[in-house]
Ligand binder design. Structure first.
Ligand code: FES
Ligand SMILES: [Fe+2]
Length: 349
């Protein structure tokens, strides 16, 4: 079964000013949840600004919840992220209007005795804290839930995460690269890739309403075994991609050990992506975290210049535009699924 076409949203949110996406792409993407920050990036006493799908967001803590709102005070258009927090509410730095976590304006200092109209509010968005990340959906009607990753919550694993990375690339290009098996023996020869074993065994792809999955074996370079806890070279990759762009990758070593990766590209704009990258392993619980992170960063730094150089910058969803080989079966499913979600309609209409 594949992803069905989405039903229309009753009151669709409007694309932001200077939107770099086509209107239909933006509307299709706005219906998914995305991580916008690590929870640890949020100070206790200050708002921060982040960007999702060209929408400027202000994020702040209010009690034990996190609020995401349009970074705009409706009074005179000042960014609320320039303000500060008082009693779980955000104070605009320009004229001191104050907004509660539900968006209501609670104080207009220049006229303290006047009633505050209901319309005077900041526009909030659905927000969830999950896996140490702040997730936001810009639409009131999300088309898929935040992916379910029980292993992210498993306390017996050694958990790690990289600082957010900003790529000058489209999120689906980044996501497709992460699910690309045939580049491993070419791009990753500085870390684990094996130039002597470039062939990709035939693999089966399964697709359901939540995503695309496939398993592929790989032979690491025996001389570059930093990636490998037991020194054997054959591993099995299990890719579990969740729409629109998030991939959980299970790396199975032949002695039963596992290394887990979560590649979470968040679309800042059509050609900018903030990548959140989580890792976990069920071995070497006392291993040097900094060393593992350095290795993982080196791997991503091998991908990045390639992905940032791909043309066109947007992922071509018309399969005739690029050439696909058997090893690209994931990509053909991925591109077709994105089309069914309504992406690329402007080009193909
Ligand atoms: S612009 Fe925010 S209070 Fe005036
Ligand atoms: Fe790669």
């Amino acid at each position: 079964m594949s992803a069905p076409a989405p039903s229309p949203v009753p009151n669709p949110p409007r694309p932001p000013r200077d939107c770099t996406f086509t209107p239909t792409d933006w509307a299709a993407l706005a219906r998914f949840w995305y991580p916008v920050a690590y929870e640890s990036e949020l100070p206790a006493d200050k708002p921060i600004q982040r960007t999702l799908l060209d929408e400027l967001l202000v994020l702040f803590r209010s009690g034990d919840r996190v609020v995401a709102a349009k970074d705009l005070c409706i009074h005179r258009g000042a960014p609320l992220s320039m303000g500060w927090l008082e009693g779980g509410e955000i104070v605009c730095a320009y004229h001191g209007f104050r907004y509660a976590a539900d968006g209501r304006c609670t104080r207009v200092p220049a006229q303290p005795d006047a009633a505050i109209p209901k319309k005077l509010c900041m526009q909030t968005f659905a927000t969830e804290l999950r896996y140490g990340l702040v997730w936001v959906c810009l639409s009131p009607d999300p088309i898929r839930p935040i992916p379910d990753w029980p292993l992210q919550l498993d306390p017996t694993l050694k958990h790690m995460r990289l600082p957010p990375q900003d790529w000058r690339a489209a999120a689906p290009r980044q996501a497709e690269n992460f699910n690309d098996v045939s580049h491993l023996s070419w791009v990753h020869t500085g870390t684990f890739g094996n130039r002597d074993r470039p062939e990709v065994e035939r693999y089966e792809v399964t697709e359901d309403e939540h995503g695309i999955s496939f398993d592929a074996p790989y032979h690491l370079d025996a001389n570059k075994m930093a990636a490998n806890p037991n020194g054997t070279s054959r591993i099995l990759y299990q890719y579990r991609m969740r729409f629109p762009f998030f991939t959980f990758l299970i790396i199975n070593f032949s002695d039963g050990k596992h290394y887990y990766l979560w590649d979470l590209p968040s679309p800042v704009s059509a050609r900018r992506t903030r990548v959140f990258f989580l890792m976990a392993q069920d071995y070497g619980l006392d291993a040097d975290t900094a060393e593992i992170m350095r290795f993982q960063e080196n791997v991503l730094n091998e991908d990045r210049p390639m992905v940032e150089s791909q043309r066109p910058e947007e992922l071509p969803l018309d399969l005739a535009e690029e050439f696909h080989i058997r090893a690209d079966r994931f990509s053909t499913h991925f591109r077709n699924a994105l089309r069914r979600f309504g992406l690329g309609a402007d080009y193909t209409a």
